[in-house]
Every structure is written in C-alpha cells, then in structure tokens.
Design a protein around this ligand. Sequence first.
Ligand SMILES: Cc1cc2nc3c(=O)[nH]c(=O)nc-3n(C[C@H](O)[C@H](O)[C@H](O)COP(=O)(O)OP(=O)(O)OC[C@H]3O[C@@H](n4cnc5c(N)ncnc54)[C@H](O)[C@@H]3O)c2cc1C
Length: 387
Amino acid sequence: MSQAFTLSDEHKMIQKAARDFAEKEIKPIAAEFDESGDFPSETIRKMGEMGFMGIEVPEEYGGAGMDTLAYVLALEEICKADASHGTIMSVNNSLFNYAFMNFGTEEQKQKYMVPVARGEKIGAYSLTEPMSGSDAGTMRSRAVRKGDEYIINGRKSWVTGGPVADYVLLYTMTDPEKKHRGVTAFIIDADRPGFVRAKKEPKMGIRASATSELVFEDYHCPVENRLGEEGDGFKIAMTVLDAGRIGIASQALGIAEAAYEASLEYAREREAFGKKIGQFQGTSFKLADMKTRIEASRLLIYQAAFAKERFKTTGERFTLEASMAKLFASETANFCANHAVQIHAGMGYSKELPIERYYRDAKITEIYEGTSEIQRLVIARLETGLR
Ligand SMILES: Cc1cc2nc3c(=O)[nH]c(=O)nc-3n(C[C@H](O)[C@H](O)[C@H](O)COP(=O)(O)OP(=O)(O)OC[C@H]3O[C@@H](n4cnc5c(N)ncnc54)[C@H](O)[C@@H]3O)c2cc1C
C-alpha cells in the first residue's frame, strides 16, 4: 500500500534497526518470558545500547537525539515482536525521560536521566494508588517537609517496573486541601531506606513487564529530588501522560499489525470446504476491516507525533491528538487481536501460536495511561468545551 508519508532516510534507518533487533533478539524469547513473567533484563540492556531507551533524549545526555516520529516507529516494531518489551521501553522514554527533559534541573538530568537513557538503569512512573486510578487527585500518600527533606509515606499500586526500577518518579500529596493542585513530584532512589517493593501483580498480559505495588515507610527524600515546585506534580504527571499516550498508541499499532499479518498468512494457507479460508467473505472482510483500522491508527499516531514535535517550538499542548491516537489505536489492537483469534479459530486459542498472547496483551492498551472512557472524556471536553 502506498504511504501518505515518505519517511526520511534517518527514520527508515531506526525503523529497520528496531525491526531487525526485534526479529532477532525479542521474537524468539517473547513466549518464554510471557510464560515465566520474568523481567527481560538482558534484552532491555541491549535495547539501551541500541539507543532505544532514550530515543528523544539529546545525545549529550546519553540518548539517540532523534524525534517523536523516530520513537513511534521504533516502538511499533518492538511491540510487533513483544508488547512487554514495548511497555518497558515506553515507560522509560515517555514517562521518565520526558519528565526530566521538560521539568528536570541540569543536575537531575545528569544524575537520573542519563543512565536511564543509556539503558543502564530502569526508571518508573508512580501515580496510581489502590484507591485512586482515573481520579488521581484523590491519592492518599503523603510527603511532609521537615527541613531539607520530605518524609514520604503511603502505598502506590500498579507500578510498571516496580520490582526492578532503580529510580521512580513518584507523585504524592504535599497539600491534601488543594486536591490535585497539592500533588508534588519526587525522584525516588530505590537504594534509600523506606522504599519497599511490595506485591508483584499477577497479570493477564504484558506479563514480562514487571508490575508491583510500592510502599513508602518514612522514606526521606532530599529537597533537591523534588521535580518542579510544590504543587506542580499533577501538571507534570498529565504533561508526561500526553507523551506516554502516543507511545501506548504505537504499542497498540504494533500488536494490531502482528495480529493482522499472522491472520493474512493463515487465511492464505488454511483450507476448509475445498477453499482457502481467505476466500470466504467472512474472513476477507475481517482482514479488510483490520487493515483499514491499522492504517487509520497509523495516521492518528503520526499526527500526534508531529503535534508533539510542534510543542517543542510553540509550547502548544498535544493532549487532544495524543488521546485520539491512543483511543483509536488501542481499540484497533483489540479489534484485530479478537479477529485474529477468530480467523485462527482453534489454533488462535492455542499457546503454540502467539495469537492468544496478542489478544491478552492488547487489552492493557485500553486501560493504562488513561482508560478508553477517560480518553473519550478528554476528547469530549477539549472538543466541546463542555464539562
Ligand atoms: C498492567 C498495568 C500497568 C500499569 N502501570 C502503571 C504505572 O506504571 N504507573 C501508574 O501510575 N499506573 C499504572 N497503571 C495503572 C493504570 O493507569 C490504571 O489502572 C488506570 O488509570 C485506571 O485506573 P483504575 O484501574 O483504578 O480504574 P478506575 O479509575 O477505578 O476505573 C474503573 C472503571 O471506571 C471508569 N471510569 C472512571 N472514571 C470515569 C469517568 N469519569 N467517566 C467514565 N468512566 C470512568 C474507568 O474507565 C473504568 O472502566 C497500570 C495498570 C496496569 C493494569
């Protein structure tokens, strides 16, 4: 199919590098890590060496110094092989590095962003709590300032990379009266006392992207580890999520494509009633709908990537573009994975093929970094102005 966009040589290069790496290093181990739920440290380290853990981070800070389009192209290829690796890559690039690039001091960037961009350390983002997910402003964890430190207490949940992260960007309340305006962001060093890695979450999909609760028990956080000012936390969390949602949209696109390509191949080979199953309209129409939604997702993702680039010069937020891309691409991933199971039928249900993994992995893209209902809320508010 002809593409509306012609990629530059640089973009084609990173796309190919990610595709080759994913085929050679990730695809062969994806099923094994899905089964065990182990964190794929070795491939993540290699991805760091390839520059995939800090694609948009400037080279002088250990990154690849490329743009958002490069990021989405690479992430799509990684997720086509395995969504778990993609989740880890997405959190480190979008939710961790991007926060430092926009809100970090020079010292904070050097100390925390550089090693994460190089893939030598793992970063995490911790906003959600057991009693507050979509409604993050109602969080119960607290940071209380005592001299040059903040004492942090509370329980956070669903932290991607929680069991292994070296640094965590923590969002917690410094002024509960002010609700979301009382949230402050802190850089947590996992080596300090009072940081407890708690229950590891047993998950349906993206099983190799370790997820856990984190508990803070009188954790002493030096003032210089506050990211931004007191009360800036919610703004930082949401700005970073705009970037994150473009990443999740790319993840969804990768899953959708993997499901589509496998289905197309199967439809060309599998026979029933003396015909290839792809010759039945019931199958070919499914494939037509899958491909159309995939290409529509791609356009929304590229549009969001360009909007994010524009932000660097104009400061114009790209919330709407990011939400639309995530909403549509995540629903496309689920649509395609569902059809892929149906086209493969019995073999789609079998663990001998990756189809059932695509089906399980696709679901998370409609849940994290804002559920589909929250994306619709954001889009409706921004488009209609109604609350
Ligand atoms: C595998 C995994 C990894 C995750 N990783 C991270 C991470 O690294 N860091 C982090 O901070 N969080 C993480 N999360 C948390 C994730 O972002 C939340 O699960 C998500 O935001 C939804 O919150 P919740 O689960 O509490 O659902 P709830 O907010 O309780 O929502 C329940 C249901 O109500 C709906 N709903 C809620 N409010 C509204 C509304 N106003 N209008 C319409 N419908 C509404 C929701 O859409 C949903 O269907 C992760 C979650 C999972 C499952």
